[in-house]
Design a protein around this ligand. Sequence first.
Ligand code: ADP
Ligand code: ASP
Ligand code: MG
Length: 413
Amino acid sequence: MKILVQKFGGTSVASLERIERCAKRVIDALKKGYKPVVVSSAMAGETDSLIELAKRVTGRPPEREMDMLLATGEQKAIALFAMTLNKLGYPAVSLCGWQVPIITDDVHTKARIRKVGTGKLLSLIEEGYIPVVAGFQGVTEGGEITTLGRGGSDTTAVALAAALGADCEINTDVPGVFTADPRVVPSARKISRISYEEMLELASLGAKVMQIRSVEFAAKFGVRIHVRSTFSEDEGTWIVPEEEVMEKVVVRGITMDTNETRFTIVRVPDKPGIAAEIFKALGDAHIVVDMIVQNVSHDGFTDMSFTVNKSEADKAHEIVAKIAKKVGAKEVVRDDRVAKISIVGIGMRSAYGVAGRMFEILAKNGINIKAISTSEIKISCLIDEKYAELAVRALHEEFIEEMEEFETINGNG
Ligand code: ADP
Ligand code: ASP
Ligand code: MG
């Protein structure tokens, strides 16, 4: 019995007509001999409007109640999906996260999956039903409903595939994972195979096509993921272990993330212990700090900058303002209009000159770099938000399109 987990994203289930198209994809899989397990997101826009509704009640809604509210989006979609399959003559049963059960920790609004029960799913399949599972939601050991963070249905799908020993199909509104967001770079290419490691970097640097945690999960349990379009039969992108990726390139993809805020603490006394004090306070408040830059010091003072996710910027601002005052810094400057542009590729481990080329391209386009961070397989630059799309296109041209030409000329393409 070969089980296939088929996940459908919000745009794919945005209307009853679209749900019917998705249902037909499930029936096709069944006819090919698979036992499908469906995972559905909420209909497009539903989660956003639920969040909006909550914000109209209060600026800071209790996170437990947020989960209670957001889980309804997926519950509605799975009921409609199962009804559609039944109408088409294929018995289906919808299940919320707690009914599977998908057990999570108790961190409301960004819970992590701990365990997935397979008994109920397997017996439904055995009895000839197609299970239609709600993405994005789970339940704590204590019976509280949780959600897995934005884009969390991807993680539900991969977790189910891992637990069931199945392959995982992510059906979405683009034909696969591209060398850059195809909505920003029209010449972006579909990648046929990508390693977990590269996909993980792309996802964490802004390519929202897969939720980061879903890729972490897949890498840990060796789940093979096929990302493809709901609206075409074409082969999409396979996310697989590194050994299975034949084509090794220096730069696999370019990403853009406009979800960060930069803070600069101006004229901080340059002495041991100050950085520790600032970043410890942020850490204690569970705020993840991304890029950090400390300028050269002048007459015993220095400027210190760092970035955090926009959703945590208000909280970070309060903390940093307090410490800045305490240590006698001049002021705290906040900049919400920044973008982080990154290039990612396993080939960067052994290539040289890549950073220089990246900075040169940005300079040629008159784009100033506000901060830089690197890892073995990525380089990120923080720039003014208004140049983000220009930067991505220029870097794509340099690192993806030109390289392709180079490889073709050399007979490797
Ligand atoms: P779904 O609702 O199916 O989960 P998402 O909106 O979460 O879909 O993710 C798909 C979107 O991700 C695409 O519409 C595309 O704009 C965006 N995206 C960003 N970077 C990339 C990339 N490198 N390749 C493919 N899509 C990308
Ligand atoms: N509905 C949730 C969201 O919009 C989860 C998902 O679509 O993956 O983030
Ligand atoms: Mg998504």
